[in-house]
Design a protein. Structure first.
Length: 320
């Protein structure tokens, strides 16, 4: 299995030449066997080991023990060792990164678990919080703030009481088992992450099958648009799935607008992609077939289902 460095390089090499046919629908690509127990380090808990345990709990439902692993446990493929042990060996379910060399790209135990499950590439691309978590865990708050281009204090200003409570309660017990409030909450967190990644991949596939590319000419300019028509295989979250399809196929620098089925009515939503500065949909306010135009101008909802009229609305949104 390629290591994380190889995966990062492959991910960075993706560009506009990538087609949706090259993107496999979500599958269980796990190289892992089913563990009977999770062992993670004692003492203070961190976001990466907590989330890694959440994912493993959601997938396998095994208990968590917080202590140093034994040599026998490190050699036992039926026991997952998370964020401790000085070994990264997915075949043995050892997921520690602390022994990696200083020049290794930032990573964390959650990344190692997701990689073993075949989910890391999608998580890195579509979970914007993952890479900062990798930086924070392996480089610390100062380097993370410099990488983000924000003051050091901004990192702590983003802390949540929810995070603090979960980490403190997770660290407070030597063992967590099914049926306990915290364990079941962790199961929810892991299940939601796994469900999200599955839905992301399925949504990208559905958009790739049905979407159309429009080139909407406005004077000397062209608004490149991705249009998702309404059909029986529509993803649950059409607008988000279209946006993720654009990212997955490397079209971020080309697309200016997206058109997708409105989940609240028979018409469509129209949005500017990544806040394209050429478009202001608040200009459409008051048109008879525009049900809603956001005051900030980033999107509108229309009752029309006619593709030509949808193109006219995009033209009318170009800033005057």
């Amino acid at each position: 299995m390629p290591d994380l460095v190889s995966r990062r390089r492959a991910l960075a090499a993706r560009n506009g030449g990538l087609t949706v046919d090259a993107l496999p629908i979500f599958a269980d690509n796990s190289c892992m066997s089913e563990p009977t127990r999770i062992v993670t380090h004692p003492g203070g808990a961190h976001k990466d080991d907590l989330l890694a345990c959440c994912v493993l709990i959601a997938k396998y439902g095994c208990p968590v023990v917080r202590r140093d692993p034994t040599a026998e446990e490190l050699a036992d493929a039926a026991i997952a060792i998370v964020d401790i042990g000085g070994s990264h060996d997915p075949a043995l379910q050892n997921f520690d990164h602390h022994h990696f060399p200083r020049e290794h790209p930032p990573t964390c135990s959650l990344s190692l678990v997701l990689d073993a499950l075949g989910l890391y590439e999608d998580a890195l691309k579509f979970c914007d919080w993952l890479e900062p978590a990798e930086w924070f865990d392996s480089r610390g708050p100062k380097k993370t703030a410099e990488w983000l281009g924000v003051p050091r204090r901004a990192v702590s200003q983003m802390n949540s009481p929810i995070d603090m409570t979960l980490l403190r309660r997770f660290a407070a017990q030597p063992e967590h088992v099914a049926g306990e409030t915290l364990y079941e909450y962790m199961r929810f967190v892991g299940a939601d992450l796994l469900d999200y990644l599955r839905d992301v991949r399925e949504g990208i596939e559905l958009v790739g099958k049905s979407s159309e590319r429009w080139s909407v000419a406005v004077g000397d300019d062209v608004i490149e648009t991705v249009f998702l028509p309404r059909n029986d295989e529509m993803p649950d979250e059409p607008s988000g799935s279209v946006a993720r399809f654009i990212r997955a196929t490397g079209l971020e620098a080309e697309i200016g607008a997206t058109v997708y089925p409105d989940r609240r009515g028979e018409g469509y939503g129209i949005s500017r992609y990544e806040d394209d500065p050429r478009l202001d949909f608040s200009q459409l306010d008051g048109m008879p077939d525009v049900r809603f135009a956001h005051k900030s101008g980033f999107m509108c909802k229309t009752s029309t289902t006619d593709p030509e009229r949808l193109k006219e609305l995009i033209k009318a949104a170009v800033k005057r």
